[in-house]
Ligand binder design. Structure first.
Ligand code: ATP
Length: 769
């Protein structure tokens, strides 16, 4: 930033300030005139006054009822007022940008805000910056440019004469951008401050872009670059199960995939289709597949965990119905929590008791069979039954033996059926209570009601079946969707994705096997579990059973990158023991992806969530940029300007705008897409090519981009807790070159204030964070 002192305003600048003060005053006067009065609409006010009079005269016996009615009327008025106020501009900051447009000789001032508002009498026009077609002129034109915009199949043309960003303080304009800087109000005095508002991404001279690195690595083969620790992993015995741990970008995925190639080289009868690579997200599946293809290993199976278990479960349990679109998050957590094993244990005991009683009843054993079954406390029911059968047959008379044998055979045959057990497990409050108790405070009691209710709904037939007797025409909804769409009944007749692992566990606990007559879980010689910190114990048990005898695994992960349901992870030792294998751990100590400034910030935001000390950074890089802005409108303008200038300077760069969640990603994309070609990626379908992609943190596990922009790094989106610290850590560590943190509103408290971030900018400008 050039070192130029602030100066007083020119006459034209003073006029601009007066114009904005006038806009703000007109909006205020107009809104206050239209705003509903504090006591609600006229109708409500009369009703309330009448009730109050009646209350004053009423006897004690009527007062309770009248009071209730008064409350109801007041609540109705409040709701109506809130609804109306919601639609009006926020007088603290009614707009954030202004453009002056000239069309066919007319000049008009259009303001951009979050809530549209028009008062023709006062010449106030605030348009919605996300949706109004005319807002496009602001995002795409420079002063003096012609614009041409399609509105309702009509073309609107004109010239954008001026455009300014505006910041408000306490309801009055406090800063207005102009050519070369901004006009700022400080203690009531306006002056001009020079400076650039939108930061430039500053790639360090000579540093290649990700696409270029990728290209060079493909030419040379990354194997040639691997460090001693990484190479040591490849040299280990193929039969060993290895735990590859290390910070973000330390090469875990790279090493795990290259280990397959190393195993292939050392194994004479290597079969690539007997290797399964599992990753958490579709984006990483694409990346892993690319890496495997480069190594000539395209026949290795690569799946997301969900895809894999869904496919296996549907083969082994062909009766499985459709998958529910969205199970409540708390119920999904419960089903993945290690506490669920306690509920399964209780269910298994219950099933065993039932079998014992039935055979006893059939054969008048008077408890002898139940006792025999109880005497053998093996975890698998079928094994218990075999032991009990031996004991019972040994003591029974020869005449009874054939009948008893039949009864035991029949009992064993039924063990394969797990559908009803699943419904009992997740629909029985008493059984689930075992899970909540075992979770020692990690699961709250209300989740039981939620789970029981959710299961009850799932067991209901969908309306189309329930109302099969009703005329088909009468069942048609206006929008053509099914009757249940978007209603709680949408889950009727469905199963949750989390139930698949439970079904396999139930089947194993009952039969000691992972297959039914319909099919069996496919077994692999080698498993690669990438980002394994996200796998739950019950899922790991299924995975362990998918390992062929003598097979091995490479388990890669980083506890600091747990997203969401983090409590399913206890430790790496527990994780590998659930897999049922012995393992040796390797720690990769150098982070190759992120330059030092990003790595330092990514570790600082982790706080106590860090899984170990900060790894060594393989290289230097430009500082992390931070910009604090009053709201989303400013953020959208800043980001779109920075991206457009970056695209001009570095057309080969890959940029990810990583929002905290899908909703925020959609909102950011909606605005950015108006001024530049930005793709919204919420299904993992990244292009791995130059360009801008707008996505959410959950999608980018294991991926990398040249530049990363965090568009919603504000305090509301990222409060200071472990989960959000890890989420921010994942987002920051996706960048190969530079990160730009944008906070629409107060900056998230998880950023350390003491950390020197020299390029930080704030708005109104000049005030550095
Ligand atoms: N020894 C090395 N020399 C140079 N670059 C390397 C080296 N090892 C890995 N890389 C590169 O570092 C980047 C990060 O590697 P990789 O994705 O395997 O890390 P990771 O530990 O799996 O990361 P995350 O935890 O974020 O998933 C990749 O671009 C990879 O090619």
């Amino acid at each position: 930033m050039p070192n130029v002192q602030p100066r007083p305003l020119t006459a034209a600048e003073s006029k601009l300030v007066r114009d904005h003060e006038a806009f703000a005053a007109s909006v205020r006067a107009s809104v206050l005139e239209k705003a509903p009065s504090r006591s609600g609409g006229t109708e409500d006010r009369f009703a309330y006054a009448r009730l109050r009079d009646e209350y004053a005269e009423a006897g004690e016996e009527d007062r309770m009822a009248l009071l209730a009615q008064m409350h109801e009327t007041a609540a109705r008025a409040d709701a109506r007022r809130a609804q109306e106020e919601e639609l009006l501009p926020d007088l603290q900051a009614p707009y954030f940008a202004h453009m002056r447009l000239r069309t066919a000789g007319n000049v008009r001032d259009v303001l951009l805000g979050a809530r549209p508002y028009v008062d023709t009498g006062r010449a106030v026009t605030i348009v919605d910056f996300r949706r109004a077609p005319i807002a496009e002129a602001f995002f795409t034109c420079e002063p003096g440019d012609d614009y041409e915009i399609e509105v309702d199949r009509r073309t609107v043309e004109g010239v954008l004469e001026a455009r300014h960003l505006v910041a408000f303080e306490k309801g009055a304009p406090a800063a207005i951008t102009v050519e070369g800087g901004a006009l700022r109000r400080v203690r009531g005095e306006w002056h001009f401050e020079p400076g650039a508002l939108v930061p430039d991404f500053s790639r360090v001279e000579g540093l290649p872009l990700a696409a270029e690195i990728d290209h060079a690595q493909r030419e040379k083969g990354i194997a040639a670059l691997l460090d001693a620790d990484q190479r040591a992993v490849l040299e280990r015995d193929p039969k060993e199960t290895l735990l590859v741990l290390g910070a973000a970008g330390s090469g875990k995925t790279t090493v795990a995939i290259h280990r397959i190639a190393a195993i292939a080289e050392r194994t004479p009868d290597f079969d690539p289709t007997a290797v399964l690579v599992l990753v958490p997200e579709v984006g990483l599946r694409h990346l892993a597949r690319r890496m495997l293809t480069d190594l000539g290993l395209e026949r290795v199976h690569v799946r997301t965990f969900d895809e894999w278990i869904r496919g296996e479960a549907r083969r082994v349990f062909p009766w499985i119905p459709e998958e529910s679109p969205d199970a409540p998050a708390a119920v999904r957590r419960l089903k993945r929590h290690p506490g669920i094993f306690a509920a399964i244990d209780a269910l298994v005991e219950d099933i065993v008791r039932g079998i014992g009683s039935r055979i006893d009843r059939l054969h008048a054993g008077r408890g002898a069979i139940r006792e025999a079954i109880d005497a053998h406390r093996e975890p698998v029911i079928e094994h218990r039954l075999r032991q009990a059968e031996k004991a019972v047959l040994g003591a029974a008379s020869p005449a009874k033996q054939p009948l008893l044998k039949d009864a035991f055979r029949e009992a064993r045959r039924r063990l394969e059926r797990v559908q009803a057990d699943l419904h009992r497990l997740v629909g029985d409050r008493a059984l689930l209570e075992h899970a909540v108790r075992a979770a020692k405070g990690q699961l709250a009691m209300p989740v039981l009601e939620q789970a029981v209710e959710h299961t009850r709904r799932q067991l209901d037939d969908p309306s189309a079946v329930r109302f099969a007797h009703v005329d088909a025409e009468r069942l048609q909804t206006l929008d053509g969707l099914s009757l249940d769409e978007d209603t709680p009944d949408a889950v009727a007749g469905t199963i949750d994705a989390e139930d698949y692992a439970i079904l396999f566990e139930l089947l194993f606990r009952k039969t000691g096997r992972s297959g039914t007559r319909a099919g069996a879980l496919r077994r692999y010689r080698h498993l690669v579990l990438d980002e394994a910190q996200g796998l739950s114990p019950i899922e790991l048990r299924v995975l362990g059973r998918a390992l062929a005898p003598g097979g091995s695994a490479t388990v890669a992960g980083d506890a600091a990158q747990r997203l969401g349901e983090g409590e399913a992870f206890a430790s790496w030792d527990t994780l590998v023991s659930e897999l049922g294998v012995h393992s040796t751990a390797t720690h990769l100590e150098t982070s190759y992806r992120c330059p030092r400034p990003i790595l330092e910030l990514a570790y600082a935001v982790l706080g106590d969530e860090a899984a170990g000390p900060m790894p060594a950074a393989a290289r230097e890089g430009p500082a992390v940029l931070r910009t604090v802005l009053p709201g989303e409108g400013h953020a959208a303008v800043f980001i779109s300007e920075a991206l457009r200038s970056l695209a001009r300077r570095e057309p080969h760069a890959g940029v990810a705008v990583i929002a905290a969640d899908a909703k925020s990603a959609r909102a950011v994309h909606e605005v950015l897409a108006r001024s530049l070609p930005a793709r919204l990626v919420l299904d993992g379908d990244f292009a791995f090519a130059p360009g801008v992609e707008v996505t959410e943190v959950a999608q980018v596990k294991g991926l990398e981009f040249d530049y990363v922009i965090l568009p919603d790094a504000d305090a509301r989106t990222y409060p200071s807790d472990g989960e959000h610290r890890r989420k921010m850590h994942v987002a920051l560590t996706r960048a190969v070159h530079q990160v730009w943190i944008v906070a629409p509103g107060a900056l998230s408290p998880i950023f350390p204030m003491a950390l020197a971030v020299p390029e930080a900018l704030s708005w109104p400008m000049g005030r550095r964070t």
